[in-house]
Structures are given as C-alpha cells and as structure tokens.
Design a protein around this ligand. Sequence first.
Ligand SMILES: O=C[C@H](O)[C@H](O)[C@H](O)COP(=O)(O)O
Length: 236
Amino acid sequence: MTALNPDDAKRLAAARALDLVTPGMRLGLGTGTTAAHFVELLGLRVAQGLQVICVPTSERTRTQAQLFSIPLSTIEATPELDLTVDGADEFDPQLRLIKGGGGAHLREKIVAMASRRMVVITDSSKAVVTLGKFPLPVEVNVFGLEVTRRMILAAAKASGCDGEIRLRKTPSGHPFVSDNGHFIVDCFLGSIPDPNQLAARLVAIPGVVEHGLFIGIAKAVISAGPDGVEIFGELG
Ligand SMILES: O=C[C@H](O)[C@H](O)[C@H](O)COP(=O)(O)O
C-alpha cells in the first residue's frame, strides 16, 4: 500500500467508522481534525438521505455539522446514544486514551459515556505503549487555579509521574477558555506509568472539572497508517 499522509489516514479511519452507522442511529460526534473528517463524510451520507440524529461534543463540531445540515440534538434531549465516533491524542494497548488536545474532553466524555459504543478513529501515530508523551489536558475551575494546579502536580507525583503543569493559553497569550467556561491545564508528564491511579487521584481534587484520561470507555480504535487500517478492540 502507498504511504498515507496523516490527514489521509485520518480520513480513511473516519470512512471505516462510517460503515458502523445505520439508519435511525443516535450518534455522538467527536471533536478535532479526525472527527471533522467523520462529520464531513456523514454529512455527505445525510445529503443522500441517511436519517440519523446527532449530539455534537463541542461548539466547533456543532457549527461544522450545521454546515452539512446534519440533524442535531442536545445531550439533554437525547441522553442515550447508540454510537460515538471521536478522535484521540493517544491510545495504549488497553484502549485507554488521552483526549482533550482541543479542549473538548469534558463534553466528549459525557457524550461517550452516554453511548452504547464509543469508537475512536486515529492515524497510527497516536498509538503508544505508555500514555503521557502527549501532555494530559485537565479542565479546571477558574476559581482557585493555583491551588488546583499544585494539587494536580502532587497527584501526578504520588502516581509516579513528574513534570510540569501549565495553563493553556491562546495564541494571543490569554488563558484558553473551554466551551464550558473553564480553564485547561496541560500536564507535561512524559509518561504515565499507572493511568488508573492518576485518574482516581485527579477526580478527588475539587477544582478539577474533568481530566483527559478515558479509561474503559472506548470499545474499539480504528487506526489507519502506512499498513492500512487496523482495528483494536471490538467494533460490534
Ligand atoms: O479536545 C479534543 C479532542 O479530544 C480530540 O479528539 C483530540 O484532541 C484529537 O484531535 P485530532 O483528531 O485533531 O488529533
């Protein structure tokens, strides 16, 4: 097979995920460059008459889905979904993920957990043996930011990680604000030897709204790369 560039790989993975969509499904739509391929391909199918109802995981995805006239709902009105298709920043052999590179992981996690199945679509560069090379995003309350930052650092150290916790900023130097009105801190840890332990410690911190570790949520990963499409986990 000819070498694929990462964007072609993302589209290939998205196209494979589209095969899982059947008429009448209630779908969660992820956020990011890979999920955007899925939204576009889904939009083309909707234009041909496919009937689905979708819940977007960010304002960005909502805007894109509207451009394609994809019928939308909210998680409040549609709290049970059949399938969510979303990207990831990293996945490990146990299908544990780091998400939130785009700051959308809170809504993404709510929508994924409201779904019977969450299927991840990625290019093969996102596969890792140990999570943590990608900085772990944590959505935090604006109030008490510095206290929360220190507590996250202590939780990381107690979980065998070391590194820096930085407030995410926009290109103009202002704090990045999520769709939910919170800040994001990025944990530059290098490696997370025990993601389950770190996740448990992070949820116990009062200022933490949600962390970007997705553990036991993804049922399958569709990963596309130079060797074609690989499926990890169970699609069905
Ligand atoms: O907040 C963003 C999401 O978790 C994305 O799914 C993740 O960052 C992967 O994005 P991309 O497909 O652009 O690599």
